[in-house]
Every structure is written in structure tokens, then in C-alpha cells.
Design a protein around this ligand. Structure first.
Ligand SMILES: [Zn+2]
Ligand SMILES: [Zn+2]
Length: 135
């Protein structure tokens, strides 16, 4: 696209007088400071912010939390899967691709997943120690 010199930058749809200053970190739309919402170090436009606030937790977020607890109760493998899903979901929430409502689920999945790992290590150590003391 060719822009003539002196053309004002495209204006913010909500504040046409402001003049745009920054591009949304997620979708690249130019937005003014008033509309920019900061998520960590990234600036998001209004629609991305709304997209991220609205909506229920994603399926992956819920699955992560559920797998973590299932793994803790009866099996080790689902916990590992929950751990991986939890990390993936947290990254996705950070990028704005998943609703923030899933953050607690994903965190639970990560925490429970690590507890799975610790328990597996502990069980391994104890059974190894018992095997040693028996001989
Ligand atoms: Zn604005
Ligand atoms: Zn955006």
C-alpha cells in the first residue's frame, strides 16, 4: 500500500481524534493508548481484550485440571498429560487465544501434574529403599 507523505495515521475507531499509536499485540490492529489494555507486557486492542475476558474456560483448560486430579487419584499418565495441557493452555491464554476463565483450570492442571511427578518419584524412592532394606 502506498501512502502519500503527510497522510495522518489511521485513527482509532473509538477515539478518532486521538490518532493511533500502537499495534495490538494479538491481531495487529492499530489502537490508541486509551483503548490499549495491557496484559503483562503486551498491549491488546479492545476486541482482543473482550475476546479474552469473555467466554467460559476452554475445553483444554478444563481437561488439564481434570486429568491432573484423575492422575493424582488413580494413575500417573493422565497427570502428565494434564501437566502438558496446562502449560499449553497457559501459553495460549497469555497470547489471548483462549479465554482467561480457563486460567485457574490450567494452573490446577499444572500444579496437580507436578504433584503427580513428585508422588511418582516418592513412590519410586520408597519402593527402592524398601527393596534395599529387605535384602
Ligand atoms: Zn481509542
Ligand atoms: Zn487486537
Amino acid at each position: 500500500m502506498h501512502e502519500a507523505p503527510g497522510t495522518p495515521p489511521p485513527a482509532c475507531p473509538f477515539h478518532p481524534a486521538q490518532g493511533t499509536v500502537v499495534a495490538c499485540h494479538r491481531c495487529g490492529v492499530l489502537t490508541c493508548v486509551a483503548c490499549l489494555s495491557l496484559s503483562g507486557a503486551r498491549g491488546w486492542c479492545r476486541s482482543c481484550e473482550e475476546h479474552s475476558r469473555r467466554g467460559p474456560a476452554s475445553r483444554r483448560a478444563v481437561a488439564s485440571g481434570v486429568l491432573g486430579s484423575v492422575g493424582l487419584c488413580c494413575a500417573f499418565a493422565p497427570g502428565l498429560l494434564g501437566l502438558a495441557l496446562g502449560y499449553a493452555e497457559l501459553r495460549s491464554i497469555e497470547r489471548g487465544d483462549s479465554p482467561r476463565a480457563g486460567r485457574e483450570w490450567a494452573k490446577a492442571g499444572v500444579v496437580l501434574g507436578w504433584m503427580n511427578v513428585l508422588m511418582a518419584v516418592a513412590v519410586g524412592l520408597v519402593s527402592g529403599w524398601m527393596g534395599l532394606s529387605r535384602s
